[in-house]
Unconditional design. Structure first.
Ligand SMILES: Nc1ncnc2c1ncn2[C@@H]1O[C@H](COP(=O)(O)OP(=O)(O)OP(=O)(O)O)[C@@H](O)[C@H]1O
Ligand SMILES: [Mg+2]
Lengths: 292, 240, 354
């Protein structure tokens, strides 16, 4: 019972990381119908930037803030410089270009920072929390992780719902040509979508790396699990992304906890294939109701 | 004479892929007039409007709005230059609410005050929309959607309005209302309107000028009254 | 007729390879063998992408399957080389079939993502089965030249012969497949899936078949590479390997078998060169080994944006027969003029009669 509680809470905390990656994928997918395979590479890269800043200033929060800003900048620059030119080409072009971005970022990180594993600090204590004498399986840092992602997601939801920028983002996602006819400069909106995606990826990178290590491929496995979460959530829905992240986090936490943690990625792959076979549009997408 | 026109089109050539649809279309619409664009199915009426609003890139020719050439500009920039396009059929964003659709139309207005005023204006003009403003636009009927897209286009306070079959799917009473509205927009707001219609008779009834397209070519252009009086033309192209 | 021509050409190439391998140094023979091993894997991938229109970022995983299968068969059963190679093809094809059945329902983003996950997840299996698969250390694959060649016969020359023979056979089979009814059906599916299924083609089965064939080629390539390098270890089958295969296929020219050769040559020769350039500019060894990785990224992006038909397309243009672009890259993404987007799932899901 105690184990179950630990696995559940730990799974939710990890799931929020997947949710952040999933959100970043959804943000881009909704606007451009591109799946950004370089999202993990971007997150890894911004985490290196944070690491560098922390080395120099000694302040975790300076690194945290710079990472988020770097995510915004990296996302918009990549969209403008590399992705925009694939706009009128076959879908495969964009797929291959984002894969190229991934490997380019990983190669650059290797050239600049070397390949060794580096440890990355945590914002808060990583000692397990206790309720009375019962261990909860999560640390204050895990609580911060979950709260940070959730908070960012709520802010995103509010921006989407109540601001004119959010209205532009949504209109562009649903009906780009109508949006253009109404004067929405969708080029800028798409750049903004990539910037926001870069922000969420950077958040995930900084948060997750405190419990792993930083190296050029460090986000590969997080990315594929985030992708799985996004697929579970339907790729189109920000809410689905968060729910998908939590569901996947908890399921993998049970699987890893009861079956052994070496094969977590294999379980994740099984989950992905299963979801894709049962409902390729995701478990939470509104695809059915919209097919009128 | 062309200088006096709000919208001038010169030798416009456009199409899709290998297919050329518009063949050297020329027209001039003076400010505050309604020009009816008529023709059979597939004549190229929709393509003409789409080319003006930038959704289709012209291959040759000029599109002058108040003397500025907008040909080959992007749709969003053309809209910002004062041209509103009400597309044929599905122009509502069904995933947004009615109010959000309307607000979307007003986003290019600068200032919250102008946007709110435009919204209040739209609700006053179309009470039907005010009643349902929080509902998803996807829940509206076809006719209600048509009204919504017209109202949304007006949110931008355009100077040139391109209407593609606004009466499509509307009940006769609604058609009359829409036609009245178009007439009032011209008379009160001085809007220049390009009105594509299947229903040639009701379009010509409110239009100042008319233009008949056939297979992408202009086969007749004259006063609305002259066109209505041309029996041969009516029988050949307009079917009334 | 074309089969006869292909066989004739193969015979000529075989003779050239044999003569060449005798002239070359042991190191060059080793590189020749490497090129041939990669060529097999890249050829399978280029067929998958260029002809069937599906993409895999996970063929490195199928190389791992082939490599480990051959290592296990060699250590435990001691089979002879040809049997081992054939068996690893079968095992990799089976793995491809299992994955392909799931993947055939998927398009674009889902398929690529699933294969990406395969590439990331599979190496962790070696950790789990330390005893059987040797963990991080991997397994060794020791193949010696057969006795009749004499005791002093250079092993690298023998490896070059084996890999080149396997590569030739693979290319002939793929070339014939390309011209067969299956190849035509693949192209039909690639160009317009709905039209293809309306004309009675079994789209799902064709896609799975392409996936299986590319997995089988990757498996053979993996087994050959294991023979050449003498070892299989998880560190060799990372995501980077899968993306390197993709880079070779894209750079050579998607869908073209000669392109697979150009790509494989680049894959073997250029990384060493770039690593040396890196270290001669004062980079540490870890940093300079990342130079080729970054180069893959540059190649993928630049080729896609600037010359999508790759090296083979450039050569064809140079020699007159212009093929502007691989057909798989010539369709547009979002028709600008479409007012609405298809409902989500529409473009990613096969439209059944449901
Ligand atoms: N997206 C497209 N791609 C290719 N051809 C098109 C496209 N849209 C329209 N066409 C063709 O262009 C021609 C003109 O079409 P258009 O829609 O402009 O006609 P229309 O006058 O608006 O007809 P209707 O009265 O039926 O609306 C037709 O032959 C049509 O088949
Ligand atoms: Mg029309």
């Amino acid at each position: 019972m105690q184990e179950f509680l630990e696995f559940t809470l730990g799974g939710i905390a990890t799931g929020m990381i997947y949710a952040a990656i999933a959100l970043s994928l959804v943000l881009i997918w909704r606007g451009t119908r591109i799946l950004n395979y370089s999202q993990g590479g971007m997150a890894m890269f911004t985490t290196y930037v944070a690491w560098l800043v922390i080395q120099h200033t000694g302040s975790y929060w300076a690194g945290f803030a710079v990472a988020l800003a770097a995510g915004l900048v990296l996302g918009s620059v990549l969209e403008f410089a590399v992705v925009r030119p694939t706009e009128n080409k076959a879908p495969l072009n964009a797929v291959i270009v984002t894969i190229g971005l991934l490997i380019l970022l990983e190669g650059l990180a290797g050239i600049i920072y070397g390949g060794q594993y580096r440890s990355f600090p945590a914002a808060f204590s990583i000692k397990g929390l206790k309720a009375g004498s019962v261990g909860l399986g999560i640390s204050p840092n895990d609580v911060f992780t979950a709260a940070a992602v959730l908070g960012a997601a709520v802010i995103l939801a509010l921006v989407f719902r109540y601001t004119s920028v959010g209205l532009r983002l949504r209109a562009t996602a649903f009906a780009p040509a109508v949006a253009r006819l109404l004067g929405v400069r969708i080029g800028r909106v798409l750049t903004l979508g990539w910037a926001l995606a870069g922000l969420f990826g950077a958040l995930a990178g900084v948060l997750v790396t405190s419990s792993t290590f930083l190296y050029p491929n460090s986000m590969d496995s997080i990315f594929v699990l985030g992708f799985t979460a996004a697929v579970i959530g339907g790729l189109d829905s920000p809410v689905g992304a968060v729910v998908g992240g939590i569901v996947l986090g908890v399921v993998l936490s049970y699987a890893g906890g009861y079956l052994g943690s070496n094969l977590v990625l294999v379980y994740g792959l099984a989950a992905l294939v299963l979801v894709l076979m049962i409902r390729p549009t995701g478990l939470f997408s509104s695809g059915v109701t919209r097919r009128v | 004479m062309p200088d006096a026109a709000a919208l001038t089109i010169e030798d416009l050539v456009a199409g899709y892929g290998q297919v050329t649809v518009l063949q050297e279309v020329t027209l001039a619409a003076r400010p505050g007039t309604i020009t009816a664009v008529l023709g059979a199915n597939g004549a190229g009426k929709t393509t003409l409007l789409r080319t003006i609003s930038g959704l289709v890139k012209p291959r040759a020719g000029r599109i002058l709005v108040d003397g500025i050439d907008l040909a080959r500009r992007r749709p969003e920039d053309i809209t910002r230059a004062g041209v509103a396009h009400v597309p044929e059929g599905q122009g509502v964003v069904t995933e947004l609410t009615i109010e959000e659709n309307l607000r979307l139309g007003g986003l290019i207005r600068s200032g919250g005050a102008a946007r709110s005023a435009a919204l209040a204006d739209a609700y006053q003009r179309f009470p039907l929309l005010a009643e349902r403003k929080r509902r998803l636009a996807g829940t509206l009927s076809g006719g209600e959607r048509q009204i919504l897209v017209i109202a949304r286009a007006l949110m931008a306070a355009p100077r040139v309005l391109l209407l593609d079959e606004p009466s499509l799917g509307l009940a006769p009473r609604m058609v009359t209302q829409v036609m009245d509205l178009v007439r009032r927009l011209r008379d009160d707001a001085g809007l220049t309107v390009l009105l594509v219609e299947q229903n040639a008779r009701s379009a010509l009834a409110i239009a100042d000028h008319g233009l008949v397209l056939n297979l992408g070519k202009v086969v007749a252009a004259a006063d609305a009254a002259t066109l209505s009086a041309d029996v041969a033309l009516r029988r050949h192209y307009l079917g009334f | 007729m074309t089969l006869a021509r292909h066989l004739g050409a193969a015979l000529v190439i075989a003779v050239i390879v044999v003569l060449l391998s005798i002239q070359l140094s042991a190191y060059r023979d080793y590189q020749l063998a490497e090129v041939a091993a990669y060529l097999v894997a890249v050829a399978g991938l280029t067929v998958l992408i260029g002809l069937s229109g599906q993409i895999s970022i996970g063929n490195g995983a199928f190389m791992a399957v082939g490599g480990y299968a051959s290592a296990l068969l060699l250590t435990h059963l001691g089979w002879n080389l040809v049997l081992i190679l054939l068996a690893s093809v079968v095992v990799a094809a089976a793995a491809g079939a299992i994955f392909g059945v799931a993947a055939a329902r998927l398009r674009g983003p889902y398929l690529a993502g699933a294969t990406l996950m395969l590439a990331v997840a599979l190496p962790t299996v070696a950790d789990q089965f330390q005893h059987q698969l040797g963990g991080d250390q991997g397994l060794s694959v020791a193949i010696t030249p057969p006795g009749f060649l004499g005791g002093s016969f250079p092993p690298t020359r023998w490896q070059a012969w084996v890999t080149c023979a396997a590569a030739l056979i693979t290319l002939i089979l793929l070339a014939n497949l390309n011209r067969s009814r299956v190849g035509r059906s693949w192209r039909a599916v690639r160009d317009d899936e709905i039209a293809a299924s309306l004309s009675g083609l079994n789209v799902a089965r064709l896609k799975v078949l392409a996936f299986i064939i590319s997995a089988a080629c990757a498996g053979l390539g993996g087994a050959l590479l294991a023979v050449v390098t003498g070892i299989v270890a998880p560190g060799a089958y990372t995501l980077t390997l899968s993306i390197a295969l993709l880079t070779a296929a894209v750079l050579g020219g998607l869908g073209t078998l000669p392109g697979a050769l150009w790509g494989s040559l680049v894959l073997v020769l250029v990384p060493t060169y770039l690593t040396n350039v890196g270290s001669s500019h004062g980079l540490s060894s870890a940093a300079s080994s990342s130079v080729p990785i970054a180069a893959y990224g540059v190649i993928l992006i630049v080729v896609m944006l600037v010359f999508p038909s790759g090296i083979q397309g450039g050569l064809r243009r140079l020699f007159g027969s212009a093929t502007p672009m691989p057909p798989v890259l010539s369709r547009r993404r979002i028709p600008f003029t479409a007012l609405r987007r298809p409902a989500p799932g529409r473009e990613n899901q096969e439209e059944g009669p449901s």
